[in-house]
Design a binder for this molecule. Structure first.
Ligand SMILES: [Zn+2]
Length: 120
């Protein structure tokens, strides 16, 4: 007898389905809502990336020369450091503001499509 994969049934139409199916081939029902990979390679990559992610965030900060400039006694270097710090602060504010605007845009457009569906 050949090897058989464990066969389930579609919760909608009760047709036999394979566990790797995302959609029922008979009725099209979604069997899995979040098809994220769970293979060993995908897990290894995620764990490695999680381990090195803080380094990606903190290494550039450690390498940032702005603080050394700002602490300098030399007025020219100090000015450069203060300007660099100002750019970091400004960039942080703009990035945060864009994140808020884009999030609100996304919420607004999904609300609009829900309303359009309801009134259709
Ligand atoms: Zn089905």
């Amino acid at each position: 007898m050949e090897e058989q994969k464990s066969v389930g049934t579609c919760p909608v139409c009760r047709q036999p389905i394979l566990p790797e199916y995302y959609f029922c081939p008979n009725c099209g029902a979604a069997l899995r809502t979040h098809p994220l990979p769970t293979s060993a390679a995908a897990q290894a990559w995620l764990y490695i990336f999680s381990a090195i992610l803080p380094m990606f965030l903190f290494l550039p900060i450690a390498k940032w020369k702005g603080l050394a400039y700002a602490k300098s006694e030399d007025p020219k270097m100090k000015q450069i450091g203060v300007i660099a710090f100002g750019i970091v602060v400004l960039s942080t504010i703009i990035t945060s503001w864009l994140a808020v605007v884009w999030t609100q845009d996304a919420i607004q457009s999904s609300l609009n499509s829900i309303n359009a569906d309801m009134s259709a």
